[in-house]
Design a protein around this ligand. Structure first.
Ligand SMILES: [Zn+2]
Length: 124
């Protein structure tokens, strides 16, 4: 539906705005409520990403027995446990040019076929 230029509406409550043409909200209440709603969406998205990263880290930790430096696993096993490959915290490229994908202090290196090498980040 086409909107008339003069019938500008509030970004929060959608009611027509009276007064200056550069106004975006009816009043402070709508402005604050709108900004709070945006912040809530951002917080939810950040929380979801943080949860996914924490879960990825926990899965890698579970697959790397204490006392071992590295461990091998398959893509299938990672996926079964709910590992989400799109969530990583950072990358690092080793001397051989291989990329290690990290979720905090645990990481994985793609090996042949569907195999992965799980590593624990060493203190630097
Ligand atoms: Zn409003």
């Amino acid at each position: 539906m086409l909107q008339q230029k003069e019938a500008k509406t509030c970004l929060f409550c959608d009611k027509p705005i009276k007064g200056r043409s550069d106004k975006k909200f009816c009043d402070d209440y709508c402005r604050v409520a709108y900004n709070n709603a945006l912040r809530a969406i951002a917080n939810t998205q950040m929380r979801d990403v943080n949860n996914a990263l924490s879960k990825n880290r926990r899965i890698l930790e579970d697959l790397l027995p204490a006392g071992k430096e590295t461990s091998k696993t398959t893509q299938e096993k990672l996926l079964q446990k709910g590992f989400l490959f799109k969530y990583i915290t950072h990358l690092s490229v080793n001397k051989s040019g291989n990329t290690c994908y990290y979720c905090y202090d645990y990481g994985y290196l793609p090996l042949d076929k569907d195999w992965y090498l799980i590593v624990r980040r060493k203190e630097e």
